[in-house]
Design a protein around this ligand. Structure first.
Ligand code: PMP
Length: 469
């Protein structure tokens, strides 16, 4: 039997409410509602303090690729802590874990890459890459060529630069970002964005045309780089239309604008290939990764740059005397050792082959179980990333009023039914389970979530938020 839930003034819940300022939480409501306190995990599951089991349908934050326990990663961290618990990479200091990891990433890169810079989070890696782009164009004497293009609904993090790149209202509103010089082009979402009668190819062409118009309106000699997630994650698992990235990259090449792939979610087999860039046909000049790099057992992120970018950084740093950028924990040996072990596990266990089996199964089961549901507008995804968009009107693809908080209510019902889920803007239920998930676990996860969706349907019908049969 599970122990009774802890309560009283000294409970974890009470101490959390008293002391913690939570990311991505209604801070005022939290004072009444309180946290779900997770105590431990195993495989694709975690348990809360009361002993309730949950399947993690999003691997935490799209990240715990090997699930919530792994003895090899524990050993890798422990061994490294004993040998060299910290060293830095400033002023030409180095250590084996950082060297090995950089080499492994270069060997695995989707296109020839030259060097790897390490940071601790996706946001820091994107901020670092933004600064590298500016530094590079200063090196090249292109002092005006500094503007950065992101996309509406793109997510690149929350530091000042990466939040400026992000194209989601909640990350801008009241934070005084985006900074000047950050531009957002259209979301390449066929389901919502296509014109009547438009084919996917035509829609992709229109996205590329809009990008070109934006570059021309801004002035090509003022635009430095474009950032894109191969598949948008936090914006609602949005897959671009067929042919999108080749068309986008043709425009970028025409105006000498760098392509930066944000692989923070898509990297390391999430989309069915090692990199999302391979699935979506992107040839990045700069590639940013994090999350599954260490299966999120410890924080680490990386920026890979091609030789053209590296040569510019090298010459400018030589002129100045130093590359004046880096974090105390850039390439920290303990997360680097865990990342090395993670990449070895991916190779040795052939996790890619596993994703190629369970990924299509997840996709077809999602379509079978949710496709015809009266609340479901679109089921989309590839590999082990997917989105199920709940809509008010299937015919017009109309979303619910955000005030109805339909997605949040769905995640609440999922939790009651034993699944920790995630809803993005527009009530998209996101799926990004640990890569180790089995078919049986997928079955159990979807059974619980289908029950939650049916309960939601009853609620919405009762409250006349949804008029469904
Ligand atoms: N880029 C992408 C594509 C992401 O999904 C995220 C986080 N979800 C980030 C950047 C930011 O990463 P972090 O939260 O580690 O700063």
């Amino acid at each position: 039997m599970a122990p009774p839930p802890p309560s009283g003034a000294n409970s974890a819940v009470a101490r959390d409410i008293a002391n913690v300022l939570h990311p991505y939480t209604d801070l005022q409501a939290h004072q009444q509602v309180g946290p779900v306190v997770i105590s431990h995990g195993k495989g694709v599951k975690v348990w809360d303090e009361a002993g309730k089991e949950y399947i993690e349908s999003v691997a935490g934050l799209w990240c715990a690729a090997l699930g919530f326990d792994n003895e090899r990663l524990v050993q890798a961290a422990t061994n490294q802590m004993r040998k060299l618990p910290f060293y830095h990479a400033f002023t030409a200091k180095s250590h084996e874990p950082m060297i090995d990891l950089a080499e492994m990433l270069i060997q695995r890169a989707p296109v020839p890459m030259s060097k790897v810079f390490f940071a601790n989070s996706g946001s820091e890696a994107n901020d670092s890459a933004i600064k590298m782009v500016w530094y590079l164009n200063n090196a090249l004497g292109r002092h005006q060529k500094k503007k950065i293009i992101g996309r509406l609904k793109g997510y690149h993090g929350i530091t000042i630069g990466s939040a400026s790149l992000t194209g989601l209202p909640a990350n801008h509103r009241s934070f005084d970002v985006p900074l000047p010089g950050f531009i957002h082009t259209m979301t390449p979402h066929f389901y919502h964005g296509a014109l009547p009668g438009e084919s996917e190819e035509d829609f992709a062409t229109r996205c590329a045309d809009e990008l070109e118009k934006t570059i021309l309106a801004e002035g090509p000699d003022t635009v430095a780089a474009m950032w894109a997630e191969p598949i948008m994650g936090a914006g609602g698992v949005i897959l671009p239309p067929k042919g999108y990235f080749p068309k986008i990259q043709a425009v970028l090449r025409k105006y000498d604008v760098l392509m930066v792939a944000d692989e923070v979610i898509c990297g390391f087999w999430r989309t069915g290939n090692y990199w999302g860039s391979q699935t979506l046909d992107i040839q990045p000049d700069i590639l940013v990764c994090a999350k599954a790099l260490s299966s999120s057992f410890l924080p680490i992120s990386a920026v890979m740059v091609n030789d053209k970018v590296f040569q510019g950084l090298a010459s400018e740093s030589h002129t100045i005397g130093t590359f004046g950028h880096g974090f105390t924990y850039s390439g920290h040996p303990v997360p680097a050792a865990v990342a090395i072990e993670t990449l070895k596990i991916y190779d040795e266990t052939k996790i890619g082959d596993h994703v190629k089996t369970v990924g299509p199964y997840l996709q077809s089961e999602l379509r079978r179980i949710f496709g015809d549901h009266p609340l479901v507008g679109e089921v989309r995804g590839t590999g082990l990333i997917a989105g199920v968009e709940l809509v008010k009107d299937k015919a017009s693809h109309g979303n619910f009023d955000p005030a109805a908080k339909v997605g949040i209510r769905m995640t609440k019902l999922c939790e009651e039914n034993g699944v920790i889920g995630r809803a993005s803007m527009n009530d998209v239920i996101c799926f990004s389970p640990p890569l180790i998930i089995s078919k049986e676990e997928i079955d159990e996860m979807l059974k619980r979530m289908r029950k939650a969706l049916d309960e939601l349907t009853v609620q919405l019908r009762r409250e006349q938020i949804a008029v469904v049969g």
